[in-house]
Design a protein around this ligand. Structure first.
Ligand code: URP
Ligand code: ZN
Ligand code: ZN
Length: 475
């Protein structure tokens, strides 16, 4: 199978040039002007950009969480990803504290293997630490090529770990050359603040943000930085939402801590007023850390533009509004019974499953509200949505670039497309879109995964099961 992409403007994180791309089998074999080649498939990219396949380094597809399960599977999520230009997903493998790492890895991988239409890998969640877990983690890194861990400083009693476990995880990561990705919020501060607000009768989704204010997130970041400094481990802070959190990380970097900052698309597009929408609609926008005020959003855009923030992921975490989000409805008439509500107390915002679906929309939203507004340039766009994640997580130059010998994961992008995001047209498996009615300017007119066209103009035409588990390099 051969593929020729002609007449497009190639845009990578390092260069822009008009050239054709020829791919044989799964890889790019030639890049040059006016390539005179016949091919099984020819795509005319006149007037379009050609980007490297985009990488979403933070998604949840199979997620047992807050008494329920996320709504997508690898079939729906990989279709949505490819239509939106994302060719590689890195999912958080999130075992419960009682689950063995080896079993969890097998379970998560079984959800993707033979089903996913795009390539994938996992960050291995560490939700407890002892000798047996350590041995299993070593095996997962060495045998499976899973070269990043995930820890939660939040979600006490669920995925959250204590400081001894955090220290041991970072020590092991340093030894193995593994990056530790981390959700940074102080779990005790969250629990105490939630309890106080609920006792005061503040029960609606609008109280989610005040229950986890920026100070809670900044403390989580400083906490992680201290442990990274003590162990020398490399850390990657996921879903950074606000100025104090970014500043806690950048000041540690000045001290020599090896840390990278991720933000996620909801923080760049939505703001805290969305969770204040009446009639419980605010629940659609409940995620952690919470979506902040416009002041923080403006700051995040600036820090993306100047390179302080390295990646824009989604934190895709899909839950239905009418059933799952309603587990936290404070009106007993409207609340859906939450299985994990052991005391059967009246529902409140703390029972709303945290998360927003967005794997389909990240690239188009970042292009529309970043590039077309002039907040970030095209090369930064490619860097933060693809190349930097590939470099950070041991996939570059195979992924995240357009280079001879690299995987032929390519996005032919139409900057003239105009459309509106809607649940009615999305491929993600939720009953709502967090971006309903939001205008987009630009979308992929073709997405290829290892030389095969998988999406065309909003339609999935790929092959379920074609996606592979990617072996990644250590640092
Ligand atoms: O609210 C969020 N972020 N949900 C998904 C789980 C996590 O913390 O990443
Ligand atoms: Zn998280
Ligand atoms: Zn997440």
């Amino acid at each position: 199978m051969s593929l020729l992409i002609k007449n497009g403007e190639i845009v990578t994180a390092r260069e822009r040039r008009f050239a054709d791309i020829y791919c044989e089998g799964e890889t790019i074999t030639e890049i040059g002007e006016n390539l005179d080649r016949s091919a099984d498939e020819v795509i005319d990219a006149s007037g379009k950009y050609v980007f490297p396949g985009f990488i979403d380094p933070h998604v949840h597809i199979y997620l047992p969480f807050m008494g329920t399960f996320s709504k997508d599977d690898y079939d729906s999520a990989s279709r949505a990803a490819l239509v939106g230009g994302t060719t590689t997903l890195i999912e958080m493998c999130c075992p419960s504290r009682s689950e063995e790492p080896r079993d969890a890895f097998k379970l998560w991988n079984s959800k993707a293997e033979g089903i996913s239409a795009c390539d994938y890998s996992f960050h291995m969640g560490v939700t407890g630490f002892d000798d047996s877990r350590e041995e299993q983690l070593r095996e997962i890194v060495e045998k499976e090529g899973i070269t990043s861990f995930k820890v939660f400083l939040a979600y006490k009693g669920a995925f959250g770990i204590d400081d001894r476990e955090l220290y041991q995880t970072l020590r092991l990561a340093k030894e193995l050359g593994v990056v530790v990705t981390a959700h940074c919020e102080n779990a005790d501060l969250v629990a105490e603040t939630q309890a106080k607000l609920v006792a005061e009768g503040k029960l609606g989704p609008e109280w989610h943000e005040p229950s986890r204010p920026v100070t809670v997130e900044a403390e989580g970041c400083s906490h992680l930085m201290a442990f990274a400094e003590m162990t020398g481990a490399e850390v990657y802070v996921v879903h950074t939402s606000c100025k104090p959190a970014v500043e806690a990380i950048t000041s540690a970097k000045v001290r020599g801590v090896k840390a990278t900052i991720e933000t996620v698309i909801p923080y760049l597009i939505l703001d805290s007023s969305y969770a204040e929408r009446p009639d419980f609609e605010g629940a659609k926008f409940v995620m952690s850390p919470p979506i902040r005020s416009r002041e923080h959003q403006d700051f995040l855009w600036k820090k993306l533009a100047d390179g302080t923030i390295a990646t824009v992921a989604t934190d895709h975490a899909p839950f239905d509004f009418h059933t799952q989000k309603h587990m936290g409805h404070p009106d007993p008439e409207k609340a859906v019974d939450a299985k994990f509500n052991p005391l059967h107390r009246p529902a409140d915002f703390t029972l709303i499953p945290n998360g927003i679906p967005s794997v389909e929309d990240r690239v188009n939203l970042l292009y529309t509200y970043g590039v077309t507004t002039g907040k970030i340039d095209l090369s930064t766009f490619v860097a933060v949505a693809s190349t930097n994640a590939a470099k950070q997580f041991g996939l570059h130059p195979r992924k995240g670039d357009i280079t001879i010998g690299g995987d032929a994961d390519l996005v032919v992008y139409d900057p003239d497309y105009r459309g509106v995001i809607s649940v009615d047209t999305q491929l993600m498996n939720t009953d709502y879109s967090g971006f309903e009615g939001v205008e987009i300017k630009g979308r992929p007119s073709a997405t290829t995964i290892r030389g095969t066209v998988a999406a065309r103009d909003g339609q999935f035409i790929g092959t379920p099961g074609l996606g592979k588990l990617l072996r990644r390099k250590t640092r």
